[in-house]
Design a protein around this ligand. Structure first.
Ligand SMILES: [Zn+2]
Length: 132
């Protein structure tokens, strides 16, 4: 898989639970952090291992972007998301901004960037289970 940014996310099958964001789980305090880091940013333990996080997240806030850049065709939406594991980050949101609401559930999704043919990711609104 040719990724837009290999440091940020796992493709399917790379680690248990993938695809999703690259993260680190601390064996000391149990917290999750974004990206693969050698030391826990909370307790400074080196007892850490790479994990897949952010398969599900909540939309904190978002903004429409009207300039194409780096494989992103404008207009697109960039959002601040809170992963279910705790860390928050910015990510592209694949949806019409008019349909988005603060606090709505999102799920991680691999997408092919049309211009480059590379695989990237975005978050898409998670449709509630009918009758769930
Ligand atoms: Zn820790």
């Amino acid at each position: 898989m040719d990724k837009t940014n290999p440091n940020l996310f796992y493709g399917a099958g790379e680690v248990p639970g993938a695809p999703g964001l690259k993260g680190t789980r601390c064996g000391g305090c149990g917290r999750a952090a974004l990206l693969e880091v050698p030391v826990c940013p909370v307790c400074l333990s080196r007892d850490v291992k790479p994990v897949c996080i952010g398969k599900r997240a909540t939309l904190t806030r978002f903004s429409s972007v009207f300039h194409s850049a780096d494989g992103f065709e404008a207009p697109y939406v960039i959002g601040q998301i809170l992963t279910e594991e705790g860390p928050s980050t910015f990510a592209p949101i694949l949806a019409d901004a008019a349909t988005l609401k603060q606090g709505m559930p999102l799920k991680f999704s691999l997408i092919e960037r049309g211009v480059t043919g590379k695989t990237g990711f975005a978050y898409v609104p998670q449709v509630p289970d009918p009758g769930g």
